[in-house]
Write a protein that binds this ligand. Structure first.
Ligand SMILES: NC(=O)c1ccc[n+]([C@@H]2O[C@H](COP(=O)([O-])OP(=O)(O)OC[C@H]3O[C@@H](n4cnc5c(N)ncnc54)[C@H](OP(=O)(O)O)[C@@H]3O)[C@@H](O)[C@H]2O)c1
Length: 350
């Protein structure tokens, strides 16, 4: 039995979505074992896992995470997963799982649909309405429906946290909430999409856009639908979330100017390099609006050293000037850490 399965665990967790992120979280929790997570000494017991096509498990006594990971990686299926919850006309399998899995926290890590934010928004609403805390890595619902979801969380006396939607586990929202009290955030600019940053680097070295995307997919960082990365949608969603949460803006993703890298002429990369510049997909917002655009930065710009899957965010404040966060070469484990940090925040009752 996995060492996290012990009586008296403080928080029960249902994992919805068991792809790169859900599995990375399971690996993190399995590795944590009996080491209490967080200052409050909280431990987490995973009581269920739900997927779209690989089965659904509910184990009130605790899922054996090592076995679940082994089975899904070898067989492509959760171990002993019954067709527990066939979907009905009224409710999907995932909604039934959310309602019936005994859990304090639902981790929403299903596939991103950038344009509709569904079915993830329905999942999150169902969990909040059932009085369960939600931690999500899914940008769609937060970018499109933050205020509605936040109101539901408040009405139901639970939390909705989403640190890993932007810069994986790097503390963006936690830093703003905890460490910039009394400051107003006036704007930001960042390199926030790992896939396009990696692809731009590889193209600069002579690869095609397709080669670059294949590499990103192999590393588990590209969206299931890679057009979301190259058309700039992922970056638009992150820009919207930052503007909404940090700057209290009322922008919708549709109002963020979007320039992706579809059809980017490699000659533009060469020209930038010859002029001592580097091409980056920049996300930015200020008093005049928000935009995602391909920008040529001088080699002396701090963002010019943000290579591959790394990312960076500069936040402009009234009292603290500019603060920059760099995240070096993250992978799914850093996303999982962002989820764990939110779970600890909830467990500590902050
Ligand atoms: N990968 C990253 O580094 C990263 C970083 C930050 C945020 N995110 C976000 O995290 C989320 C998950 O990313 P990922 O890379 O783990 O995706 P993924 O590998 O495609 O996995 C998605 C998982 O969700 C399940 N799923 C999809 N629709 C479902 C539904 N309707 N009901 C139940 N389960 C459903 C899938 O089931 P099947 O296995 O049956 O297909 C799969 O297990 C996405 O929203 C992504 O934007 C990812």
């Amino acid at each position: 039995m996995n060492r996290t399965h012990r009586a008296g665990a403080d928080m029960r967790v249902a994992i919805l979505g068991f792809g790169n992120v859900g599995r990375a979280l399971a690996r993190l929790l399995a590795a944590e074992g009996d080491r209490p997570a967080g200052r409050a000494g909280t431990s987490f017991l995973v009581t269920g896992i739900c997927t779209r096509t690989r089965g659904t498990l509910i184990r009130p006594e605790g899922v054996d995470l090592v076995r679940a990971l082994d089975s899904i990686e070898r067989e492509g299926l959760l171990p002993g997963a019954e067709a527990l919850f066939p979907s009905t006309p009224a409710r999907s399998t995932a909604e039934r799982f959310i309602l019936e899995c005994p859990a304090d926290i639902v981790v929403e890590a299903t596939t991103l649909d950038a344009r509709t934010a569904e079915p993830a928004t329905t999942h999150i609403m169902a969990a909040l309405s059932a009085g369960k805390h939600v931690v999500t890595a899914n940008k769609g619902p937060v970018a499109w429906h933050f205020r509605q979801l936040e109101a539901s969380a408040r009405a139901n006396g639970v939390r909705l946290l989403f640190e890993s939607t932007v810069m994986d586990g790097a503390p963006v929202f936690n830093m703003a909430r905890r460490c910039l009290r009394g400051c107003s955030i006036l704007g930001f600019r960042g390199i926030l999409n790992s896939t396009t940053n990696l692809v731009l680097d590889l193209m600069e070295e002579g690869a095609t856009l397709e080669d670059g995307l294949a590499k990103a997919r192999e590393m588990g960082i590209a969206e299931a639908d890679p057009s979301l990365d190259v058309e700039g949608w992922d970056a638009v969603l992150k820009t919207t979330i930052l503007a909404t949460v940090l700057m209290d803006s009322h922008l919708s993703p549709a109002e963020v100017h979007r320039e992706g890298m579809v059809g980017l002429d490699p000659a533009r990369l060469d020209a930038a390099r010859n002029a001592g510049r580097v091409l980056k997909l920049l996300c930015e917002a200020d008093g005049t609006g928000a935009r995602v655009r391909l920008a040529e930065l001088p080699r002396t710009h701090p963002f010019s050293i943000v290579r591959g899957t790394s990312s960076a965010l500069t936040i402009a404040t009234d009292l603290m000037g500019e603060i920059t966060i760099f995240e070096d070469d993250p992978g799914p484990i850093q996303t999982a850490y962002g989820i764990l940090a939110d779970m600890i925040e909830i467990a500590e009752g902050n």
